[in-house]
Design a protein around this ligand. Structure first.
Ligand code: ZN
Length: 239
C-alpha cells in the first residue's frame, strides 16, 4: 500500500523545532531520521530530555549519578552527529516522571525561550505506550502548549533574555500507532539515524545488532510508503 501521507512537506513551514522526550536516546530512535533531514534543511532543533536516564542499565552495580553523567555525554555526541542546536535536561529521575505542574511550567519555559514553532513529543494517548515516562513526557508537553501562550502564566519566565510568549503552531506525536497521518521516508538518512542511536553506547553496547527492534518498527510505516524505512507521526490540530 502506498500512503498519501504528506511526508516531510508536513514540516515545510517549520523553522524552530522542539522535541520533548523522556530519556536520552528517545529522540534518536523515535524520530532521528526526520530530525536529521530537518537539520540538513537548516531547521534549528532543540532537544529536551525530561529525565536523566539514570536507571537505564541492567547492571545492578552501576552508580546512578555516574550513569546520568555518561548518558549526558552520549546525548551530546548524538546531538553533534544530528546537527542539533541545543540540548536540555530537566533532571527528573528515570522511571519516576510525572506530568505535574512543575514539569508543565519547565516545559512552557522552554517553549518561550526557544520560540519553537513546531513540537514533537510522545503520544500520551496511544494505548500501546507501556512506559510511564513516555506517557508523562507527552502529557506534560501537550499540557504546556496552551499556558505557554498566555501572559499571566508564570510571567517571570517572560523576563528572561530572548523569551517571548509561546508560539508553537504545529504539534506532531511520535511513539504512536494511533492512525498516524504523517509518514516520513528516512531510508536515505538511515545510516545517520543508526550512528546517532549508537552514540548511546551504554544502551546499545553490541552496536547495530541492538537496534533490530528499531529497524522492525521503522519497516512498518516504510512498507506503507513503499520504501525501506519510515517514521510516523500523529498530527494534533491546534490553533
Ligand atoms: Zn524512553
Amino acid at each position: 500500500m502506498i500512503s498519501n501521507s504528506p511526508g516531510l512537506a508536513a514540516f515545510a513551514d517549520t523553522q524552530r523545532l522542539i522535541v520533548i522526550a523522556a530519556h536520552p536516546d528517545d529522540l534518536e530512535t523515535m524520530c532521528g531520521g526526520t530530525i536529521c533531514q530537518l537539520a540538513q534543511r537548516g531547521v534549528a532543533i532543540f532537544s529536551v530530555n525530561c529525565t536523566l536516564g539514570d536507571i537505564g542499565t541492567s547492571d545492578a552495580s552501576q552508580n546512578r549519578t555516574d550513569l546520568a553523567a555518561l548518558r549526558l555525554q552520549e546525548t551530546e555526541a548524538a546531538a553533534r552527529l544530528l546537527g542539533l542546536q541545543q540540548i536540555f535536561n530537566l533532571g527528573r529521575h528515570d522511571g519516576e516522571l510525572l506530568p505535574d505542574l512543575a514539569l508543565r511550567a519547565e516545559i512552557a519555559r522552554l517553549y518561550r525561550l526557544t520560540q519553537a514553532d513546531t513540537l514533537f513529543t510522545f503520544d500520551p494517548f496511544w494505548s500501546g505506550q507501556i512506559h510511564p515516562d513516555h506517557r508523562a513526557a507527552g502529557q506534560a508537553a501537550l499540557d504546556a502548549y496552551m499556558p505557554s501562550k498566555m501572559p499571566l502564566y508564570h510571567p517571570e519566565q517572560l523576563n528572561e533574555a530572548g523569551a517571548g510568549l509561546g508560539c508553537l503552531a504545529r504539534v506532531f506525536l511520535f511513539g504512536t500507532d494511533r492512525d498516524p497521518d504523517v509518514l516520513v521516508d528516512v531510508t536515505a538518512v538511515y545510516p545517520q539515524k543508526i550512528a546517532a542511536s549508537l552514540a548511546h553506547v551504554s544502551q546499545f553496547p553490541e552496536g547495530e545488532t541492538n537496534l533490530e527492534w528499531m529497524k522492525e518498527l521503522d519497516r512498518v510505516p516504510g512498507a506503507k510508503l513503499g520504501v525501506e524505512f519510515a517514521e510516523q507521526y500523529k498530527q494534533v490540530n491546534v490553533w
